[in-house]
Design a protein around this ligand. Structure first.
Ligand SMILES: NC(=O)c1ccc[n+]([C@@H]2O[C@H](COP(=O)([O-])OP(=O)(O)OC[C@H]3O[C@@H](n4cnc5c(N)ncnc54)[C@H](OP(=O)(O)O)[C@@H]3O)[C@@H](O)[C@H]2O)c1
Length: 255
């Protein structure tokens, strides 16, 4: 249960090796968060995240095997985590791959895999989490969408469409949980400097994992349902999402 000031005391990360996840957990561990469960693939860099989170002050840090493409396991994995932790304040969901549109075009099966990782596997996982949070009567699920899903572009529309689907799912899940004590927050970052974007040219208004973590912590404190990172991106994307397609194509071509 969050403390009297609303600070998170326990967090589960689905995608435990994520750079943004690490920044968020370090930030939370520097506050009142003592329990951190990193759920991901064994090769996922979770040892480094665990060290950083322990150094930041969390004493109860566990690693759990969770694979986005194994939906049959999701309720069981989530049940085991909740049974072990007892009370989970926050489930943060950063798992995902970016991929390139060229790679998806060349290998349609890879595109389907991205849909599985970024969307289908997170749907089953979040529904499993919602079942447990509904039963405990409180908690927040934070889902990583992207501005790429607000208006898809031709140069990354497979990735963008996985995020659009996930974003719509998360909003619907949040609506379905009203009155249960459980909230869902959708995070829509622009370009973030992490291992996911390593070697890529930064887009305008690029940001860092620490800055995204600050936006998430601020959103949790104020009970926001949707946040952009950086926050000012909400203004251009409010316009972009409503542009006629002919105009959007020209805007998107300019980058
Ligand atoms: N970085 C950006 O510019 C940006 C912008 C907008 C939105 N986002 C979104 O924010 C989230 C976090 O991004 P990030 O920058 O922190 O990326 P990241 O460091 O690459 O983290 C993504 C995590 O997802 C995990 N993952 C991938 N496939 C998986 C699978 N099949 N099962 C379980 N875990 C899997 C990765 O583990 P492995 O190492 O094992 O692959 C990795 O730990 C992502 O959803 C991303 O799409 C990022």
């Amino acid at each position: 249960m969050r403390d009297a000031l609303g600070e998170v005391q326990s967090v589960v990360v689905l995608g435990g090796g994520s750079d943004i996840g690490r920044a968020l957990c370090v930030r939370l561990a520097g506050g009142r968060c003592d329990t951190v469960v990193l759920a991901g693939r064994p090769e996922d860099g979770m040892d480094e995240v665990e060290s950083a989170v322990r150094a930041a002050g969390a004493s109860d840090v566990q690693q759990v095997h969770w694979e986005s493409t194994a939906p049959d396991t999701h309720q069981q994995v989530v049940d085991e985590i909740f049974d072990r932790v007892g009370d989970v304040d926050l489930v943060y969901v950063p798992a995902g791959i970016l991929g390139s549109q060229e790679a998806f075009d060349a290998d349609p099966a890879f595109a389907a895999k991205a849909v599985e990782i970024n969307f289908a596997g997170l749907v089953s996982s979040c529904l499993a989490v919602a079942n447990r949070m509904r039963a405990q009567g409180h908690g927040t699920i934070v889902v990583m969408s992207s501005v790429a899903g607000v208006r898809t572009r031709k140069d990354n529309f497979v990735y963008g469409s996985t995020k659009a689907g996930l974003d719509a799912f998360a909003q619907g899940l949040g609506d379905s949980l009203v009155g249960t004590g459980v909230q869902v927050m959708v995070v829509r970052p622009g370009f973030v400097h992490t291992k996911m974007t390593e070697g890529m040219d930064a887009a305008p208004f690029s940001t860092t994992a620490d800055q995204v973590a600050d936006v998430i912590v601020g959103g949790l404190a104020s009970g926001r349902e949707v946040v952009y990172a950086p926050p000012l991106l909400k203004y251009p994307f409010a316009v972009f999402r409503n542009l006629p397609r002919m105009v959007w194509r020209k805007v998107a071509e300019r980058g």
